[in-house]
Design a protein around this ligand. Structure first.
Ligand SMILES: C[S@@+](CC[C@H](N)C(=O)[O-])C[C@H]1O[C@@H](n2cnc3c(N)ncnc32)[C@H](O)[C@@H]1O
Length: 440
């Protein structure tokens, strides 16, 4: 059952937020649960309502195994009984798991985190939604994968194609340190704003009225004037990045959806700020110790890290030639003053034409995979999420190419999980989660 609610932002109704009843934080569910449990039913653990696919159930099971849980699936696949229940096991599941809603009568941390959502999309909670980047990871899946490959607080994970920063935010929430690289400076700003704004929320708020007034009064219409204004108002890169991304969101809304620039800017600044406040609140409520985040512009074919230096890799490289990342974000890159043609020269999957484009892609990805092997510690895991695209009517076997090459250079494939894709049916045929171990 759906209900529509007007979302109020500082006296001005900006957007309709649609909430599914399923997603509303509801204490009475816990009472129902407790009543049921008194009848001696077996459930210790209940899956989140959004777990719908076979691959998700499989990941949920892998996640429990990695956390050291012995379990049986009961009551029609949505509930689990824990066979080795202890305070330690319960605490691990409560704090870390990605697919469970209730553990022994208590809401999990993840369930409480995803209630902090300013959007209509269930997986765009906290700051994940900021900027409409095409080809984002599903954040819940990333949280599960971080657990599945055994990463713990204080470990370091690398994403050499960090995109919009999904792995960055999910690592940060679990206290795992994150190193991200992306060739696009726009992606670097996205990842930084999503993870760093929480540390400078007061400074961001202090500048808000001045910046909104300058935009509303039309004093800073051009990109150049706007960025100059930011330079005069603050020296703090984190604060500056917040307002850079707010502008780019409005630039994107205008060019992609023909929205009014000023209205979109005001709306986005308010929603971004509300999301960062949500983040701070949940961090304090759950007493989260956030991981350190480092995101830089860089090339995955030449990673500036030492050999055997990271504890895990989770990444999603360009799917062959499926998406033109430069073209998608061209308005924002130009607004930021970048030479788009120069960036394009180093973007994997968009170089060359026809058959040559696929050959160049394969060469570039071989270099990137070799680099991943070099920087990963032995016996640790690299997760590659990748799909086969269709080009000029033919399926390009990127998944098979990836498995073959990774195994050639010393990785062992330990899991190959088929994943359903929505929204890209025309170009994408299959997407797989490939989990490799560095073995030799
Ligand atoms: C599939 S997207 C990653 C999406 C990301 N997982 C997320 O959740 O947003 C692939 C990314 O690879 C980046 N990329 C392309 N060529 C690159 C290169 N040579 N080095 C580093 N990143 C590159 C693109 O800019 C793009 O952001």
């Amino acid at each position: 059952m759906m209900k529509t609610k007007k979302l109020k932002i500082e006296g001005d109704v900006k957007t309709d937020k649609i909430e599914s009843e399923l997603w509303v934080y509801n204490e009475s569910e816990l009472w129902d649960y407790k009543r049921d449990n008194n009848k001696n039913t077996l459930r210790d653990l209940t899956l989140l309502d959004n777990v719908q696919f076979i691959y998700e159930l499989y990941l949920a099971e892998l996640e429990l195994k990695s956390l050291g849980v012995d379990f049986e699936v009961v009551n029609g696949l949505r509930e689990f009984q824990i066979l080795n229940k202890s305070c330690e096991i319960k605490d691990l599941i409560k704090k870390k798991s990605a697919y469970f809603k209730i553990i022994d009568g208590e809401f999990t941390d993840y369930f409480q985190i995803i209630q902090k959502n300013q959007t209509r999309s269930v997986n765009q909670y906290l700051t994940h939604w900021i900027y409409p980047y095409k080809g984002k990871f599903h954040p819940q899946m990333i949280r599960a994968l971080l657990n599945i490959i055994g990463l713990k607080e204080g470990d370091t994970i690398l994403d050499p194609f960090s995109g919009s920063g999904t792995t960055a935010l999910e690592s940060q929430l679990l206290g795992i340190n994150f190193i991200g690289i992306d060739i696009s400076p726009l992606c670097v700003v996205q990842g930084r704003v999503k993870t760093e704004s929480v540390y400078v929320i007061d400074e961001i708020e202090k500048l808000k009225n001045k910046i909104l007034a300058s935009v509303v009064d039309g004093l800073v219409k051009t990109d150049e004037n706007y960025y100059k204004l930011l330079d005069t108002l603050t020296k703090d890169e984190k604060v500056k990045n917040f307002y850079v991304l707010a502008r780019l969101l409005a630039v994107s809304d205008k060019s992609r959806r023909n929205r009014d620039f000023v209205n979109s800017f005001i709306k986005n600044v308010n929603l971004m700020l509300a999301s960062v406040k949500d983040y701070l609140q949940i961090k304090e409520k759950l007493n989260l110790k956030l991981g350190n985040i480092k995101i830089e512009v860089g090339d995955a074919r030449n990673i500036k890290l030492q050999d055997n230096s990271v504890d895990g890799i989770i990444t999603s490289p360009p799917y062959s030639i499926a998406l033109d990342y430069v073209q998608n974000d061209i308005h924002s890159l130009i607004d930021l003053g970048y030479d788009v043609l120069k960036i394009r020269d180093s973007v994997i999957g968009v170089r060359g034409n026809g058959k040559n484009r696929i050959e160049l892609y394969n060469e570039d990805m071989k270099k990137s995979y070799k680099e991943m092997y070099r920087v990963l510690k032995p016996d640790r895991y690299a997760v590659i999420v990748i799909g086969n695209a269709t080009y000029q009517g033919q399926e390009i076997k990127t998944v098979e190419f990836t498995i073959e090459y990774m195994e050639n250079i010393g990785f062992q494939l330990v899991h190959n999980i088929n994943k359903i894709i929505f929204g890209l049916y025309n170009v994408m045929k299959k997407e797989n989660i490939l989990i490799f171990k560095k073995v030799k």
